[in-house]
Write a protein that binds this ligand. Structure first.
Ligand SMILES: Nc1nc2c(ncn2[C@@H]2O[C@H](COP(=O)(O)OP(=O)(O)OP(=O)(O)O)[C@@H](O)[C@H]2O)c(=O)[nH]1
Ligand SMILES: [Mg+2]
Length: 304
């Protein structure tokens, strides 16, 4: 299956909702002030963000649409171009981040967003690119978390450094980096716990991990990826705000786009925070992570 086909299937719920919504609003009646207000409301409800909804409506209103001719294509094109204009500069090429060897990637996010699964899937992509990958199981909060990561490591044939439940996450991260460095690995992916009692604990934990691994490499962690669950809609916005207070975020991975009709949330996040976007999760299996492409995303959202 080609990459665009994966985007197409992964975003099919969102594209059905968006394109048929636009279609109903624009082409079943004459465009007037009312239609434009409805259009703006529809876009806001689709989670593309208030600002994007306004700007898109503005662009639509300046377009002379003749539904009997190519009007629909024109509107869809305006939408796609707008998405590309905002998100293309945010594409993060994972290959370009490997200047540091090993490149240490901390994976952050609240409970259940897909951190562990994303590490497995990202590890697989890197391994397919002939990279040496080791995983650090620094979510020591629950034994089940380590087991889950262990299963992923076996599945993708990557090394894993782990410790017992309750062990100090920073010491696991340290051991993992030591292993990565001594064995000439390209990437170290570190899983973290999302379920600490409060923000202060979480902040302390990130600080401690960063402080300890800096003893081996003063630039580590080179990347901190924030994982966001697309099905949580607007709450993903709050999560970015909160995590940015905890630690600098260098990339976003949005998961579970296959499970929502509101995949426009990625546009809202991109527009608001202008953070690089690394990859999109579109299913639970090992091949269900796709390196982000603004073109594919924009095009797939506007399919009928
Ligand atoms: N449909 C779908 N499910 C996903 C995707 N990514 C992850 N999941 C599922 O979401 C659930 C939670 O994923 P985890 O990777 O365990 O999430 P986590 O952030 O590590 O969770 P905690 O460690 O408990 O904080 C699992 O059932 C995954 O299979 C995705 O892109 N699509
Ligand atoms: Mg986990």
């Amino acid at each position: 299956m080609g990459i665009f086909d994966k985007f197409k299937i992964g975003l099919s719920k969102s594209s059905k909702s968006l394109s048929s919504g636009l279609n109903d609003l624009i082409f079943k009646k004459k465009i007037n002030e009312n239609t434009l207000n409805e259009l703006e409301d529809f876009l806001i409800q689709s989670d593309v963000g208030v600002e994007s909804a306004k700007e898109l409506t503005e662009k639509f209103s300046n377009t002379k649409v003749n539904p009997k001719e190519s009007g629909k294509d024109e509107i869809f094109k305006i939408f796609s171009n707008y998405v590309i204009e905002i998100l293309k500069p945010l594409e993060k090429n994972i290959e370009n981040i490997s200047k540091n060897k090993p490149c240490v990637i901390l994976v952050a996010g609240v409970n259940g967003v897909g951190k562990t699964t994303t590490i497995g899937k990202l590890g697989k992509i890197l391994k397919q690119n002939e990279k040496k990958v080791v995983i650090g199981a620094a979510d020591t909060f629950r034994a089940a978390a380590v087991n889950q990561l262990d299963v992923w490591a076996k599945r993708i044939n990557a090394d894993i450094i782990k410790s017992d439940e309750g062990a100090d996450p920073a010491s696991v991260a340290y051991k993992a980096l030591e292993h990565a460095k001594n064995n000439n690995f390209d990437y170290l992916l570190i899983d973290t716990a999302g379920r600490l009692q409060n923000k202060k604990n979480l902040m302390d934990e990130f600080k401690k991990i960063a402080k300890v691994i800096k003893k081996i490499d003063s630039k580590a962690p080179h990347e901190t990826f924030l994982i966001l669950d697309a099905t949580t809609g607007q709450s993903a916005i709050n999560q970015v705000e909160e995590f940015q207070k905890i630690t600098p975020i260098t990339g976003i991975v949005m998961t579970k786009l296959d499970g929502t009709a509101k995949g426009g949330i990625l546009l809202a996040i991109g527009k608001k925070f202008k953070l690089p976007i690394v990859a999109l999760g579109m299913g639970e299996k090992e091949d269900d992570l796709n390196i982000f492409s603004a073109d594919h995303y924009a095009k797939a959202l506007m399919l009928e």
